[in-house]
Each structure stands twice: as C-alpha cells, then as structure tokens.
Write a new protein. Sequence first.
Length: 262
Amino acid sequence: PGAAAASWGGPGWRLPGRVLELVFSYLELRELRSCALVCKLWHRVLHGDENSEVWRSLAARCLAEEALRTDILCNVPTYKGKVRAFHHAFSTNDCSRNVYIKKNGFTLHRNPIAQSTDGARTKIGFSEGRHAWEVWWEGPLGTVAVIGIATKRAAMQCQGYVALLGSDDQSWGWNLVDNNLLHNGEVNGSFPQCNNAPKYQIGERIRVILDMEDKTLAFERGYEFLGVAFRGLPKVCLYPAVSAVYGNTEVTLVYLGKPLDG
C-alpha cells in the first residue's frame, strides 16, 4: 500500500490526517510499516498518537480479549505499545514441546511432564539498542525457575530438573529459587549482591533490561534497580527467555520497549 500510494504523486496521498487515520485503521502492521515510509505526513499520523484509532483497531484485532481486559498489559500504557508487546511475546514455534502459549498470547503453561526442564524464547531477538521486559511466575517455582536471555542456538528442553537457561555458553540466566546467576554451566555468583537478598514471591514482576550498546543484562524488582547481572555479552541476536520445571506452572512475559532511565 505504501509503495502504491507514493506512486500516486497527486493530492490523494495528502488527505487530511483524520481521513488517513480512518483508512490506516483497516491495515495490518506490515502494511502500516510501509505506509510510514511514504512521507512525513503519513509517518506523523501513524506515530504521533500511540492511542489513535489506528492502534486501537489493530490492538482489537491482534490481541486476545483477555490480554486487553486483565492487568497483563497494565504497565504498557498505549495501544501501539500493546501491539508491539504482542509481537515480542513468547513464540509458539520456538519453545519446548512440553509447554504451550495460552490464548492471551503472553503466558507460557508448562505441562506436568516428569524429569524434564522446559523453556521458551520470544518471537523477536535483539542485536542492538536497549530493551526492557517484565517476567513473572503465576504458579510454583519448583526447584529451578530461570529468567534471562538466550541465542537461537540454546536448547529449550532437556532431561532432568536443571537450570537449562545458563547451562551453556548460549544463554544467561538468573535462578529465582536460589538467586544464582548462571552461564556456561557455571554459577557466576549470587544476585542481587546484598546480604539476605529477598526471595522471589509468586506474582512479583521482575523487569529485565538488556543493553546491547553496553553489552549488559540487568534486573529490577518493582521500582528497585537490583544491578547489572551480566557484562560482556556477545554482539549476537539475543532473545528474552525462561526455563521452568514445575508442572502446570505459568510464566508471563511482556515486552515494554526502551527502558526508562532513572
């Protein structure tokens, strides 16, 4: 649509913003990306208001009603942000066979399979920029519950109950059960680095911050910055990921966008 519109060369592609907004509200994300490249006016109409009818309509079409009416996306204030979060959610095609993504689009459910550790990656990874997302457990942690990042080469399933995320050089994780940092099959110290660090509580949202410019991974709990957990990350595509062992436990991941400093 964008290329076709650009070729008009006439006043048709300079329609009033309200009319353009109405037309854009019928398009899908890929088409909107093309339209944003046509001219400054179209770009401004699409990205000037992240709660415009364009993004409201797209959110209503691509997001499950449960995701919109519950508090899953409560920390994503705009409809454009909610659409973006959906496209950065867990992948249904890049996870262990023992898990499935619930209809809300954001929550992983691990089936009660004995002697198995199961994980999932998101649909989109990052090789540049700064990114933040929230992760929280909605069921028991079990003996191992790890959040972090992984390359596309990292395994998402293995036998036994182990810290899968962080078990090789392709993943980095924080085990919420014992507060250990894990990479390359080794414990890289405890986290956060303070005396009597509080244990994770079910339902508590942990914010993960990936900085591909500084090559660091950090965590926040609530409004408290817990510190940098990993430094010297490789300049490769890294995906938000989790691994779990407890049967019927559920883990939700919501992409927030660029982290807010301070």
